[in-house]
Design a protein around this ligand. Structure first.
Ligand code: MRU
Length: 347
């Protein structure tokens, strides 16, 4: 499997997810501004991958600061952090990664500039490696709920491409396959950006995991016909009460799942859980360019000038969620209590 993001000497290199599955090309970021732009333009996407990219971008930015004076360095580093924080608004991991990098400065009040640059690089490397290990743990914890022979439906791409490797929702699927279970995946195409058809279908095909593509609106019908045994999706931000922001269309899936008695799970690292946000109501939802709706793969698919709306995420209330699979186990209701306990254990 190709790495989503890696270092090449001092540069941050990412597979260009806008071009997949038609072309395997890479974007080389030589400045933190280029990393910010890569995140906003979806070269790299998916909450955990965005977090890792931000940390690497900040390390890259720190290494480019010329001043040897600690307070000047801190001021300039803070400015880069502020620019990074504007890359995208919804994924919790972006802000969590920025905060983790800022902590390095606080933890080493006496360190000189050269030492800080080394420490920041070390931290970014640590977050990159930890993300892969965390996804493996999520996979192991989650695969237990997948029955042998199940057809599992997923939405968007919460796979290796959305993380530093292995994936969250697709990590659960991968772990079930590694445990010897025969699993089929149904992938929602995920309009308008087509993460399901372009990315999920591609990465599962690469791993020889059986995958069937459907359009988003087919999911309810297939559930009603008993063709889906379980749903597992990723998350961009989980509120303290267990409400989950994820790719637009997730909410409709969860409601249909309840109606059809299909268990609906969310798989996410604890870095996606934001206890500072009490409920899903307070999660900022990104609105993207309406052109992503009126156009597909560069071609107009609507009359010129028609109005279009493009919220990139929606919020699924906790009552529709059977469990939130994390690296520390599966959080169940009451989420306010179970999620806080897991975060504290993880601190
Ligand atoms: O707009 P995207 O492609 O960044 O949205 C991605 C999702 O909604 C994923 O489901 C989520 O980030 C979890 S990825 C492990």
């Amino acid at each position: 499997m190709v790495p989503t993001i890696t270092w090449q000497d001092d540069y941050v290199v990412m597979i260009d997810q806008r071009k997949l599955p038609f072309k395997e090309s890479y974007v080389v970021c030589k400045t933190p501004a280029q990393v910010v732009s890569a995140i906003s333009k979806m070269v790299i996407r998916g909450a955990p991958a965005i977090g890792v990219a931000a940390a690497m971008g900040l390390s890259l930015g720190a290494s480019r600061i010329k001043s040897q004076n600690r307070s000047t360095f801190e001021r300039q580093f803070l400015r880069i952090c502020q620019q990074m924080a504007r890359a995208r608004p919804t994924a919790s991991n972006l802000f969590w990664a920025i905060q983790s990098m800022q902590e390095v400065l606080k933890q080493h009040p006496k360190a000189g500039v050269a030492e800080l640059k080394d420490l920041l690089r070390k931290k970014a490397d640590e977050l990159l490696a930890a993300d892969q290990a965390i996804n493996r743990a999520i996979g192991l914890n989650g695969q237990i709920v997948i029955p042998d022979g199940a057809t599992v439906l997923t939405h968007c791409n919460a796979g290796a491409l959305a993380t530093a490797g292995y994936g969250t929702a697709l990590g659960v699927v991968r772990a079930a396959c590694e445990a010897g279970k025969k699993i089929q995946v149904l992938a929602d195409e995920t309009r308008p950006f087509l993460q399901g058809s372009r990315l999920t279908a591609w990465e599962l095909q690469q791993d020889n995991i059986p995958v069937t593509l459907i359009t988003d609106s087919m999911a309810g019908y297939l559930m009603s016909k008993g063709r889906v045994q379980l749903i597992v999706v990723g998350a961009d931000r989980v509120a303290a009460n267990g409400d989950v922001a994820n790719k637009i269309g997730t909410y409709s899936l969860a409601v249909l799942a309840k109606e059809n008695k299909v268990p609906f799970y969310v798989a996410a690292p604890l870095s996606t859980v934001d206890l500072s946000v009490p409920t899903g109501e307070e999660i900022p939802i990104e609105e993207r360019d309406p052109k992503e709706v009126t156009h597909s793969l560069g071609k107009a698919i609507a009359p010129t000038g028609v109005a279009a709306w493009n919220p990139a995420f929606d919020v699924t209330p906790n009552r529709f969620i059977k469990g939130i699979i994390t690296e520390k186990g599966i959080a169940r209701e009451p989420y306010k209590k179970t999620l806080r306990a897991m975060k504290e254990e993880n601190a």
